[in-house]
Design a binder for this molecule. Structure first.
Ligand SMILES: C[S@@+](CC[C@H](N)C(=O)[O-])C[C@H]1O[C@@H](n2cnc3c(N)ncnc32)[C@H](O)[C@@H]1O
Length: 356
């Protein structure tokens, strides 16, 4: 996709970008990758098995092969490695909950005009429904299970003994940090239905024994601490600036002296808040699915962090292509306790000991 749009041809190309996603979503809706499984199929047999027209399937499969999701030899088709695993419901590596979430979102985006008119999300009550929360939490795991270890490998947690994964959902990031740092203990904080999923996932990892669970609503409840690091990933965009200010204050109070608050999100990087493109488009999802969410600039988020008592704020550099969002990590630090106070405490402890 070539942006910005200047000519009518470029405009036409950008609008036509809906086609390949529609082809893939249709294949998912027809369970095509699952039916193909690990077998090699003649198109004719596959059409019979799926009870669809040969003409329709041949055009669909040709396009999927063009996209690299199927292998084609004449009229014989098989799954690519990705399609045979992540897209195949019979494979243990199937990422069905995330595929369902993307499918639902693609359909919901067709109703964007409704949200633009009202300024409201499409559904109001879904978020608190435990069944929805459970499916969403699995989808989050399916989304980040490869990204989280890549991020954990690049992020320094030097000196940290305790980490809180605030809004950690399935705890995929917490698990990745625990796997990387054998001396670390982590807590994942979320709604009870999300924590049930986190427990199921942690039970399958050796490092899961070092994970604990904190059910609370961090918009209204205080966060018990102290923690050396609070990781706030993909939550900032759900809430308004005012709500995030409240969360930042609670996070600040739950951090130890010198502790770090690390935020991962779809940050905007330019003055007008247009780029990166992904971060701009993500705000549209927030309009469709949240009451007050949006995407925010590094500059605004830094100002909110300073306003809530963090001393230093820096962008953490990640290798290009090995990040969740482009330029997507900000690290804020609580000031270390002033040496004077430390000395005074040490002195008073000494004089107390000499008295006893
Ligand atoms: C988009 S998911 C991000 C999950 C994970 N941090 C990641 O980066 O993949 C946001 C998570 O924050 C949780 N969350 C949002 N608001 C919350 C609140 N007020 N109290 C507790 N959890 C909350 C949601 O339940 C959800 O699991």
């Amino acid at each position: 996709m070539k942006l910005p749009i200047r000519t009518f041809e470029e405009f036409r190309d950008v609008l036509s970008a809906y086609r390949l996603p529609r082809v893939i979503l249709t294949a998912l809706a027809l369970d095509l990758f699952t039916v193909i499984g690990k077998k090699v199929w003649r198109l004719q047999d596959l059409a019979r098995e799926m009870k669809v027209s040969e003409r329709g399937l041949s055009i669909l499969c040709r396009n999927l092969a063009m996209a690299g999701l199927l292998h084609k030899k004449g009229d014989v088709y098989s799954n690519s490695r990705l399609s045979a695993t992540a897209l195949n419901a019979d494979d243990p590596a199937y990422r069905g909950n995330y595929l369902q979430l993307i499918t639902n979102h693609a359909n919901d985006w067709l109703r964007l005009a409704d949200s633009v008119r009202s300024g409201e999300p499409l559904e109001k009550d879904e978020l608190e429904d435990p069944d929805y929360r459970r499916r969403f939490t699995w989808a989050m795991h399916h989304r980040t299970l490869e990204t989280a270890p890549v991020i954990a490998a690049q992020l320094s947690l030097k000196g940290a003994k305790t980490l809180l994964d605030l809004g950690g959902g399935p705890g995929t990031y917490a698990m990745a940090f625990l796997a990387k740092h054998p001396g670390l203990r982590a807590t994942v904080c979320d709604r009870p239905a999300a924590l049930e999923v986190a427990k199921e996932i942690a039970a399958t990892h050796k490092a899961g024994a070092r994970l604990s669970y904190l059910p609370l609503d961090f918009l209204s409840d205080n966060i018990p601490g102290p923690f050396d690091v609070i990781w706030y990933s993909n939550v900032l965009h759900i809430y308004s600036p005012e709500q995030n200010l409240g969360v930042f204050r609670r996070a600040r109070a739950a951090l130890s002296d010198g502790g770090r608050f690390i935020i991962q999100d779809a940050f905007l990087h330019d003055r007008e808040g247009l780029y990166p493109e992904e971060a701009s488009l993500f705000a549209v999802s927030m309009l469709l699915f949240t009451d007050s969410g949006n995407t925010y600039s590094v500059a605004d988020t830094t100002a909110w962090l300073k306003q809530t008592g963090f001393a230093t704020v820096k962008s953490v550099k990640m290798t290009k292509g090995r990040e969740d969002w482009e330029g997507g990590i900000l690290e804020a630090a609580v000031p270390p306790r002033p040496p004077k106070m430390r000395d005074r405490r040490r002195r008073s402890a000494r004089s107390w000991r000499s008295r006893s």
